[in-house]
Write a protein that binds this ligand. Sequence first.
Ligand code: PHE
Length: 461
Amino acid sequence: MSTNVDHGQWSSRLAFILAATGSAVGLGNVWKFPYIMGENGGGAFVIVYLVCIFAIGIPVMMAEVLIGRRGRQSPGNSVRALALEAKASTKWSLVGWVGLIAGFLILSFYAVIAGWAVSYIFESAAGNFVGASPEKIQTIFNDLQNDSSTLILWTTIVLAVTGLIVGKGLKNGLEKAVTYAMPTMFLLLLIIAGYAAINGDFAQTIRFMFYPDFSKLTFSGVLIALGHAFFTLSLASGAMMIYGAYLPQKTSIAQSVVAIAIADTVIALIAGMAIYPIVFGNGLEATAGPGLVFVSLPIAFGQMWGGIVFGTIFFVMLGFAAFTSAIAMVESAVAWLVERLSFTRGKAALTAVVSLWFVSMLTVFSFTGAEWAKLDFVFVGKHVSNYFELIDHLTADVLLPLGGLATAIFVAWVMQKEAVAQELNVSEKVFSVWYVTLRWFTPIAVLFVFLNLIGLVSFSS
Ligand code: PHE
């Protein structure tokens, strides 16, 4: 159903870039990228990831922002309006809906991990990392995992704050927060990377991250890189469509998107270079999984001069980065509630975060190891052992690539070319390169990787 709700617009092009970068840069860069790179063998994975960002992620992000700006509503309703414009079936609105649902599901575990980051602000400020051995720091992390009431407390706080900011509207809360948080976090990451380069095993890090060993790369690794490219750019999850819906008409979509993607990629690579020297220098395992960042960085903070201050500021920033992403994940659901049920923003935000709280318990109890949260089956090519792994895999490796695929097909095959060209408003040359990529390369690449993973076609051993 189309609506006439006017959601308002960003106050400037910079505001959009900062907000979208805020959405892109988050736990995905600092928490997830380093550990999945470690689990998938390093350098070769990094190369595939970079290719996915530039050849698939950027074109799809342009498509999403374009849909949002032309539709000016929540993702499902925007796609619906554009399908009507193209005289196509309104069933295409599913493309927007899958995104909205993916964003919601991602936030259900993202809020839990963001809770770890927030709790580490206090661990660090209390001086608990100072001079602590790697074992002691591992114990602090394990204790947090095993304590369901603490996890629930932090998750609740994260969701409550997210709801408050979203309820207040974008301009008042979000624009201000990102203006300061993003540059500060970048600076801190550089300081930590500098520290790590001097005190950790930097040579091995460079070898690990930039000397590809393709024998270590599996097909599932390729799918993970693809899925993470979508995840880290906040694609196929409603976020870029809804942020595009608030974009002033004259802003260049292409330029903004490239800037956002480059900032996101640079931050992920620097995060890797900040974390791995410490991992290798302290004999930690690169394959440690979700706990990697929460163990390796505190070791560095515990040893470095001024570690209490740097560590505390760092986790404050990581918390900020997580919040600016969390907001983006829930915004489309909130916009939809406002459009469809005429809720006020406040009521819509409350409804969304309360429902999210219940779903987030699946992740909380996956980490505490509760019996009921354990699973044991293979789902789309991957063995999952609890709800967190299931939701993570379902979103990052299944819904996001397929959602990106559907978005590409919708914009490049279903929408009228003139409408697309008019909205994008770039030179003819840039347009054709982008259009051909979106029309052919994106769908074929995503399908190829995906079908191979689920074993329908097989090109690898
Ligand atoms: N891009 C965010 C990150 O890397 C995660 C995210 C996914 C945000 C989907 C919004 C929507 O942390």
